[in-house]
Design a protein around this ligand. Structure first.
Ligand code: NAD
Length: 510
């Protein structure tokens, strides 16, 4: 333990103080048996009451009633609510960011960055609330007009993962609310406190707005069983589910079986290709952040690096030096860049992956467990030289492991990059315009995110976010992702006095 950590409050004490400032009542923190822990030391912060199945169904019922009112509120007025949520988030940014650090283990810059992302999507959605427009389409019939209108859809279920405990809610909620939909949120059972804090902020915004129906949002506390209630309820026409591919495999077919919509945001196995023309200094920084940031617990974390043979032996020592220099520890400590894994099970998964990589001929640098405080699962990020892309490389291990491989030409690297089940994020480092354009082309990266001279991690909210293949195909946040939260109607209007049929069909009834 360093002198710095010795004088700091325990994560639990600090979290309880932050929760109080954010408006979460003390009584809520002792209301039940579900233990909320901090990954910083593994110690208990609170014991929360689970939402029962009946309470979850009642929340869906209230959301259904709220929908009947909220869909009639003009969209810019709905946007005003989201603007107020943005104001509350601005005011609470320091505290909520700190709570993300204490509950998810992120270093402060990333905790605050996550809240900034919430503020950004609120701003985006407020603008969107005046732009939910459809097309006017040329019609083949005289004295007719054809157009598209977009209508609210209904209660939206949002299931989120531990690693972006607040931002993913906001990507969905900000859009869903301006689109006219209630939002029922089931956060990860590992990050419930941030869920409670965001709910308290929402309630303040709703009160200030003054025209928010009861039940417009709800928080469901529990595990998979409570998520399944959302997934199976026919009153919920859309579920946005973020988490592992294993979760998506369960949730996707259940939603499909009742013809509900889904936005699936699942696991990634993201790659970067380093070409000989790259700016190596820039690439080094991009690779280091993408691979080690958030302790390797981003869906977009860089997990596979393909280095061109001609620069492999000169670049790898620089990367190893960057790995060796990075400070692992209590994320509240100045200079720490890599905090803990979410829990000891995540640490064990990392150890198993490194053992499998060694068994498959890999050479592991780093990856050791570090004692920091209490039962926190702290590990040095691992750099693993692999002879080829083996099974373990093709698997997403949610930990800071970067597998490094060689390639001889771009076609080989693109083929290897795409040869995994997941399809979330990818990047190329090059100053050669042909390489960059090839990578972005139809025969290039098969991922939902393809970047040039930026690592795969750290998206902005203005773009649509999501990936292909086992990543699930969903898109959230910017661009036209809002369309998934609305019901599209095609309208044809005849303002003439005859009834021409489409395709010239005649139907004379005498
Ligand atoms: P997880 O799959 O264990 O849990 C995610 C959520 O799904 C939790 O709220 C959990 O309770 C719920 N859940 C699990 N099974 C369910 C079921 N059968 N029905 C309903 N709900 C169910 O994931 P995690 O460990 O919290 O998060 C890490 C994973 O999430 C990684 O695979 C990561 O890549 C992925 N992730 C993806 C994105 C993305 O946008 N693509 C973003 C963040 C995280």
């Amino acid at each position: 333990m360093t002198r710095d950590t010795a004088i700091r409050p325990t994560p639990a004490d600090e979290a309880r103080a932050v929760l109080k400032r954010l408006g979460v009542a003390d009584a809520v923190l002792t209301a039940g048996d579900r233990i909320a822990r901090s990954p910083l030391d593994g110690a208990e912060i609170a014991r929360l009451a689970d939402t029962s199945a009946d309470e979850a169904r009642a929340a869906i019922g209230r959301a259904t009633d709220a929908f009947a009112r909220w869909r009639l509120v003009p969209a810019p007025e709905r946007g005003r609510l989201v603007a107020l949520i943005g104001d509350e988030l601005r005011a609470a940014k320091e505290d909520l960011g700190r709570l993300v650090t204490l509950e998810a283990g992120k270093v402060p810059a990333e905790g605050l960055g996550e809240v900034q992302e919430m503020i950004d999507i609120c701003d985006f959605a407020v603008g969107l609330s005046r732009q939910l427009h459809g097309l006017t389409i040329a019609t083949e019939r005289t004295d007719h007009r054809m157009m598209e209108t977009w209508h609210p859809l209904g209660p939206v279920g949002v299931i989120t993962a531990f690693n972006f405990p607040v931002a993913v809610w906001s990507w969905n909620a900000a859009l869903a609310l301006v689109c006219g939909n209630p939002v029922i949120w089931k956060p990860s059972e590992k990050t419930l406190l941030t869920g409670l804090a965001v709910t308290a902020l929402f309630e303040r915004a709703a009160k200030r707005h003054g025209n928010v129906p009861d039940g417009l949002t709800a928080l469901l506390i529990g595990g998979r069983d409570i998520g399944e209630i959302l997934v199976d309820d026919p009153r919920v026409p859309l579920v946005s589910a973020t988490g592992s591919t294993a979760m998506g495999r369960m949730v996707g077919p259940r939603l499909a079986s009742r013809f509900a919509r889904s936005i699936l945001e699942l696991g990634g196995n993201n790659a970067a290709i380093l070409q000989p023309s790259a700016d190596l200094e820039l690439a080094l920084r991009g690779i280091a952040f993408s691979a080690m940031g958030t302790a390797g617990q981003r869906c977009t974390t860089l997990r596979r690096l393909f280095i061109h043979d001609s620069i492999h032996d000169s670049f790898l020592p620089r990367l190893k030096a960057a790995y060796a220099s990075v400070k692992v520890g209590d994320p509240r400590e100045a200079g720490v860049l890599v905090g803990p894994l979410i829990d000891s099970a995540a640490g064990e998964a990392m150890e198993r992956a490194l053992a499998a990589a060694r068994a498959a001929g890999g050479t592991v640098h780093g990856g050791d467990k570090v004692e920091v405080i209490g039962q926190g699962a702290y590990y040095r990020p691992a750099l693993v030289e692999m002879p080829r892309q083996t099974d373990i490389v093709r698997h997403e291990t949610f930990a800071p492991i970067l597998y490094v491989m060689r390639h001889h030409d771009l076609a080989e690297a693109i083929a290897a990059q795409n040869d995994v089940p997941q399809g979330l994020a990818s990047s190329i480092f090059t100053n050669d315009i042909r390489d960059a354009e090839r990578f972005l082309s139809a025969s290039g990266s098969d991922c939902g995110i393809a970047n040039v001279n930026i690592g795969p991690s750290g998206a902005e909210i203005g773009g649509a976010f999501g990936g292909e293949k086992e990543t699930g195909g969903g898109r959230e946040a910017g661009s036209d992702a809002w369309k998934a939260y609305m019901r599209r109607a095609t309208n044809t209007i005849n303002y003439g006095s005859t009834l021409p049929l489409a395709q010239g069909v005649t139907f004379d009834i005498g």
